[in-house]
Design a protein around this ligand. Structure first.
Ligand SMILES: [Zn+2]
Length: 186
């Protein structure tokens, strides 16, 4: 397994539509393993393929220590109360904002072997799935912010982004070793 570089806001790939996966190859499974390793190293709870510079419709999530890969995911039901909660993103480090989303979703996806499964989720898992599926369609959490909040977030980002030349965030082994707990970044 290897750590992948994380693309940060400014890299156009974060705004691209992904391509549905049609073949379940060893290369795909390698990508999935590397995405899990990268997400855990970055202490995130979700990571989508465009965030590591790839165009496959694949994301990994890990909420409550339940690692899961979702391939070609589709939200088939989104209902329940609309709840507002703070989100962050591994591709927009140190920027946070309140996003309102429906509390309940049912997602259909394929697993690493191409087998279909269903996830019925509420609370953090639901939020995480919606955030990652947005990534697979070029959408970011900042798109949901009000004009004013978005302006504040972007002002913060204009300073933060200096840390990531070429819109690339590299995780170093030292950073990885120092991670004892996981924040809720997606
Ligand atoms: Zn994200």
């Amino acid at each position: 397994m290897s750590l992948l570089e994380i693309r940060v806001l400014g890299d156009p790939i974060l705004r691209e539509e992904t391509r549905p996966v049609e073949q379940f190859t060893d290369e795909l499974r390698q990508l999935i393993d590397d995405m899990f390793e990268t997400m855990h190293a970055a202490k995130g709870i979700g990571l989508a393929a465009p965030q590591v510079g790839r165009t496959e419709r694949v994301a990994v999530v890990d909420v409550d220590d339940k690692p899961m890969v979702i391939i070609n995911p589709e939200i088939v039901v989104a209902d329940g109360k609309r709840l507002k909660s703070e989100e962050g993103c591994l591709s927009i480090p140190d920027v946070y904002g309140d996003v309102e989303r429906p509390d309940h979703v049912i997602v259909h996806a394929l697993d690493r072997d191409g087998k279909q499964f269903e996830i019925d989720a509420t609370e953090l898992l639901s939020r995480c799935l919606q955030h990652e599926i947005d990534h697979l369609h070029g959408k970011l959490f900042i798109d949901y912010l009000s004009v004013l909040k978005r302006r504040t977030a972007m002002a913060k980002w204009s300073k933060e982004k200096e840390k990531y030349p070429g819109s690339i965030r590299r995780l170093t082994p030292a950073q990885v070793a120092s991670h004892h707990h996981r924040d809720e970044e997606l």
